[in-house]
Design a protein around this ligand. Sequence first.
Ligand code: PLP
Length: 384
Amino acid sequence: MLAELKEKNLYRIRKEISQRKNINYCYNGKHYLSFCSNDYLGLSHDLRVINAFKHGAERYGVGSTASAMISGYTTAHRELEEQFADYLQRDKAIFFASGYMANLGVMKVFADRHDLIYQDKLNHASLLDAAKLSNAKLKRYKHLDMSHLTSLIENSTAKNKLIAAEGVYSMAGDISPLPELVKIAKNSNALLMIDDAHGIGILGKNGCGTVEHFSLSQHDVPILVCPLGKALGGVGGIVAGNSDLIEQVLQLARTYTYTTNAAPAMACALLASLQIIKTESWRRQKLMENINYFKQGIKQRELPYLNSETAIQSIIIGTEKDTCALSDELLKKEILVYPVRPPTVPRNTSRLRITLSCEHNVRQIDYLLDSLLEAYNNVLSNNR
Ligand SMILES: Cc1ncc(COP(=O)(O)O)c(C=O)c1O
């Protein structure tokens, strides 16, 4: 199995980062400029967030020491849940140890073997695994294709239906057509669940994500999952919705009950991150400037790109071999960009997934683009 993975260029090697400061990573004794983290607003390294984490550890200890149902639920967890509910304009929220656990736990609460789940073909692994765990029948519609979803749903006789999509797609950066999803869900009496891992903190006037971007509400998108390891710079996942719905999750989600609760210090750090997101809109503005600058530059250099308005800017290369070779070429230029390959993305769509942060400057983006152009010409001309 391992030999086959290697032969197919699908073998994964973890890069051991020995130190990190914002977008500067130390790897193998050398310094690299990162374009592959999801820390879009630079909060994982903000001193206020770090200090909140330290104070949280001093007050509560490092681990939460038990499940939330036993003694692992603290004032910090409650405050985080309340502040997120308020920020997202929802009745209630619940804080899971990770976004993956949130998706697994929530979907199983709202779907069982009698039900039907509809998912975008490119949904994140955690949503697909959640459907498997629920034992519901899973139907996948073509990426962002609302007429395909409509035709699948029209033919269904299932009583309970759930539609799950991402707000911003993690591997391409494109945005779900939420207003249309809302309409389809309402017309077919399906429950709509949106995973906004890459929209929270980024999209919308206040950074409340894809739901705010489209001026929608809790009524339109009843289940909102916000993994907090990206723009919030921490670890965990918030699920927000109406009181009854969140109470059901609290009572029934197995990935909430049967696991050690998230570290209280993490809740403290995330409270600090949330405060910054609410008050420092310049971070979002700077990120948007960087996105526009990158897009302009990639067009000028006539490199292929996917049309994305978000921090995720992918370049589809195709083969695993070329994608890895390109990533290696960039490494030689002290740039970290991750080669994304199947099964994370569909076959023949291996890509360089470039992520921008508000901490990059135009000089660094130019350096990335020039290096990319050179690497692209080298690798692809070598192959011809
Ligand atoms: C769309 C999406 N959903 C869920 C997750 C899982 O979240 P977490 O990393 O908090 O487990 C991720 C990324 O990891 C993601 O990109």
